[in-house]
Each structure stands twice: as C-alpha cells, then as structure tokens.
Write a protein that binds this ligand. Structure first.
Ligand code: NAD
Length: 485
C-alpha cells in the first residue's frame, strides 16, 4: 500500500514544503475513519506553482519541444500508470466511496485509456497547416494556450484530470492542477508518477485544496486558461472571474438528463441499462439519467421493472466487488440528498422504493430511492441531486416527452429507448444536449463531450478536446513560405 500521508506539495515538479500548516484530512465515507492526509495548498503555494509554470512556459524547453517529444514523455507516464490502474481505482474507492465494480473501470482504466486516446489524437492533429490565402499561402499554427489552471471535482477525479492535463501537456502548455479536497491522495500519487518522467522544471504542479485554493488559481494573472469541471453554480462564478481578465475558460458542469422510454422500448433491456446509466458511481455522475420519462400506457410496467432492479441493488462497502451502491462522498452530501428526498415527498411525489432514512448506522449511505407521481416543476426533477435517486415523469405523447426532456436549465446528456433506432436519431436531433444515447447511455471518450445550456462551454475528448488547449496563429509572408516538413 502507498504512503497515504504526504507532507509536501508537488510544485513545479519538485516536492516542496507547503507555506502553511493547513492539512486536508481524507475520511472514509464507509467507515468514517481517516484514510490519509495531505497539505492544503494556500494561495501562496498556488502563486509559487503559477510562477513556476509561467517561467517554464515563457522561457523553458517544454513548449519548444517537438510534439512527438512531448508525446514520448506521456507514453512513459502511461506505462507507469498502467501498472497501477487498479490500485489507484481502489484508492479512489477508499477516498470517496465509488463502488469497486465502477471504479476499476470508470476511475482507473478509464483514466489510462484517455492517455492513450489523447496521444493517438495528437499524432494525427493538424499542429501546422497551410491555407490558400488572399496574398499567397497562410501558415496556420496551433500554438499552446499557455499556463493552464485545471480544477476538478471529487466524483471521478483521475478520469477528469486526464482530459485536461494530457492534452494541455501535449499541446505544450504548463499546468497547475487543483484537485478537490475530498480526493487529494490519488492526485498526489499521480504527482509521484509525474516526477518519474523527467519533465522540465515548472511544467506541472498539483495543489490540492478547496474553494480558496481554486479561486486563487482562477484569479492569478499568470494563468492564461482555466479548465474547470464542477457544479454550474461554481462554473458561473469562475466564468465571471475569467471574463474580468478575458482569460480563456472551458467549463464542464452539471446535468439533469432525461431518459425517454418510448412505448416500443424493450423494457427489460432499458431497465438493465439504466442500472448503470442512472445509478453509476452511487448516482454521483454528471451524466446520470435521473429523469425517466414514460407514457401513461407503459408507466406501471416501467415503474415495476425499475423497482425490481433497484430493490435488488447491493448497498454497502464500496471495496466489496459485489457492491452496486456505496456511500456518498461526505456527510453534507448525504444530508443534501436526504433533503431532496424529503422535498420530493413535500411537493407531492410518491416514493415507490427507498426514502430519506439512513440504511446503515455507520457511513454516509442513502437508500436507492424511486419517485413517481412527480412533475417536472418539482425540485427533484429540476435540480441535480447527485445521489441514487430516480424520478419517473409521465408524458402525454412523444412531442410532450421531448418538451419535458428539454425543459431544464441543463443540457449535458440524455437517452431514448425504442425499437426503432432511426427514429431514435430523429428524437436525438430534437434534444438540446451535448451527448445522447439510443438504447444505451455511456461516454465515448473518442467523441466530443460537453454541455449545451448551463451544462458548460467547450468540449473534452478527441480533436475538439485538444483544440481547447491551443491558440490559432496565422502567418502571411511576402516571400514564398518553405514547404511544410
Ligand atoms: P464544485 O463546483 O463545488 O467543486 C468543483 C471543484 O471546484 C472543486 O475542486 C472545488 O474545490 C473547486 N471550487 C469550488 N469553489 C471554487 C471557486 N470559487 N473557485 C475555484 N474553484 C472552486 O462541484 P462538486 O459539487 O464538488 O462536484 C460535483 C459537480 O461537478 C456536479 O454538479 C457534477 O455534475 C459536476 N461534474 C461535471 C462533469 C462534466 O464533465 N460535465 C463531470 C463530473 C462532475
């Protein structure tokens, strides 16, 4: 087992003494016992990290290396990471309660796969190209955006660091990563791996901490771009701060996705798939399909099938391979989700299964809960609950289903369940979300991912994800440009 007590911060590629005595203590959501601790980065530590990144970008070798030279370093990182993916997933399970059945795949292997996919994309990416211009050829270069501040939440921490850190590094940026205070340990482990790949000084820093740490990174004039994943409320605040400095910003925010179950859907298949699509990671997923839209005709059949599926879920120790639903990340999250369940009842929805009582004395558990007789104006249908709570909503006809699906501030994901895939594609075209699924919902990390509306600005994964870390520079010339190498 790794050391789970860190006393230094990873600043500019070196293990440095933190500026203050402040510590982050990670508490197991299952046992409520300490798991480990790290220093909490103060604004002074963030300043040191940004200064190191600034110097490394403005004067250092990293942005001036060839792309393939930078890819070589990431290849080394991927090799080291590959030998530790299960262990890092298990550490995340210990930190935030993601069930092992999900975290081995979604947290560890998913993060590693992204490294490989980003390297493959970068090898094909048009870093330089020529365009026919008005006065001769134009030399178009995709230049690194500069110093990047990457801020991530706790729910899939490594999976969310990778689509920021890896494309930014390959593009030639220098990066300061700010992990969430609930999951600093896996980030520090990544720092240990980064220290083994001979990056030039200043290229990467990892500064765990909470709101103040994050905000000092956002406000720092030495940062050229903020790449943020988290709640829409925080995203809105960060975007305003970046706007004040005309700093580049991309935002991956919350969701309240609708699964439209059409009358011709295979209900057994639908419910089997929704087990993961709606409840993955204990319901703590931005893309969770939490509003289940059904017609009057199929309502009872779908609700019964969902209730059977949900009552069979194994709730308990997230480290147990048989567990479907583990505890929520923190007591405040448990209380928040219990509050939503009470709000659902108060507003007139009916609990089919579950409820707001704790299922276990110890640990921050919430019972998987299914609501019906709900309407789309209730809080349980409008706000992101981030727990194992599903709400069934009735639609009158297909047009009404599309209206309800789109009647939300969010636009991250959605799905339709139907025997007619071609018709499913027509429905997808009517839905204002960045990703969509027909008879499945899952992230495809080769395809652009991001939100419409208040679910974000920008895209991650694939060439579009890489494009978030470049600036376009066009050069014209009075003389003939040399041929592209
Ligand atoms: P959050 O917005 O509270 O925190 C996210 C990160 O921002 C954390 O690292 C936090 O410390 C930091 N932070 C908080 N206030 C800040 C500030 N003022 N300035 C700078 N940084 C600040 O989000 P959360 O509740 O921890 O995470 C869950 C949210 O993340 C959900 O809304 C979920 O939908 C969203 N999410 C989105 C995606 C996506 O790809 N769209 C993926 C995962 C999670």
């Amino acid at each position: 087992m790794r050391s789970l007590a860190y006393d230094r911060l990873f600043i500019g590629g070196r293990w440095e003494q933190p500026a203050t005595e402040q510590r982050l203590s990670v508490i197991s959501p299952h046992t409520e016992e300490p798991v480990g601790e790290t220093p909490e980065a103060s604004p002074e530590d963030v300043d040191r990290a940004v200064r190191a990144a600034r110097t490394a970008f403005d004067e250092g070798p990293w942005p001036r290396l060839r792309v393939d030279e930078r890819i070589d370093r990431i290849e080394k990182l991927a090799t080291i990471y590959a030998s530790e993916t299960d262990a890092i997933a298990d550490l995340i399970t210990a930190e935030m309660g993601s069930p092992r059945s999900f975290s081995r795949l979604g947290q560890g292997a998913g993060a590693l796969a992204q490294m490989h996919l980003t390297m493959a994309t970068a090898r094909e990416f048009p870093w330089v190209e020529r365009r026919r211009g008005l006065f001769g050829d134009v030399h178009l270069r995709r230049a690194p955006v500069g110093v990047v501040g990457a801020i991530v939440p706790w729910n899939v921490p490594q999976f969310l660091i990778m689509p920021k850190l890896i494309p930014a590094l390959i593009a030639g940026c220098t990066v300061v990563v700010k992990p969430a205070p609930e999951t600093p340990l896996d980030a520090m482990w990544l720092a240990e791996m980064l220290s083994e790949i001979d990056l030039p000084e200043g290229v990467v820093s990892i500064v765990p901490g909470g709101r103040d740490t994050g905000e000092s990174l956002v406000r720092h004039p030495g940062v050229d771009k903020i790449s943020f994943t988290g709640s829409s409320a925080t995203g809105r605040h960060i975007a305003a701060l970046c706007g004040g400095q005309l700093k580049r910003v991309s935002l991956e925010l919350g969701g309240k996705s609708a699964a439209i179950v059409l009358d011709d859907a295979d209900i057994a298949h639908t419910v089997k798939q929704l087990k993961m699509a709606s409840l993955m990671n204990n319901g703590q997923a931005c893309v969770a399909q939490t509003r289940i839209l059904v017609s009057e005709r199929k309502h009872d059949e779908v609700v019964d099938a969902l209730a059977v599926m949900m009552s069979a879920l194994q709730v308990g120790d997230p480290a147990d391979a048989a567990t479907d639903v583990g505890p929520l990340v923190a007591q405040r999250q448990q209380e928040r989700v219990q509050g939503y369940i009470r709000a659902g009842v108060d507003e007139g929805a009916r609990i089919v299964l579950g409820g707001s009582d704790k299922p276990h004395d110890r640990g921050w558990y919430v019972q998987p809960t299914l609501f019906t007789d709900a309407t789309n104006d209730m809080r349980i249908a409008r706000e992101e609950i981030f727990g194992p709570v599903l709400t069934v909503l009735k639609y009158a006809d297909e047009k009404d289903a599309i209206r309800i699906a789109n009647d939300t501030d969010y636009g991250l994901a959605g799905s339709v369940w139907t025997a007619d895939v071609a018709h499913g594609l027509e429905i997808a075209a009517e839905i204002r979300t960045g990703t969509y699924g027909i008879n499945m919902y899952t992230l495809d990390t080769t395809a652009p991912f991001g939100g419409f509306k208040q679910s974000g600005i920008g895209r991650e994964f694939g060439a579009e994800g890489l494009s978030e870390y470049v600036e376009l520079q066009s050069t014209v010339s009075a003389g003939k440009l040399p041929n592209l190498a």
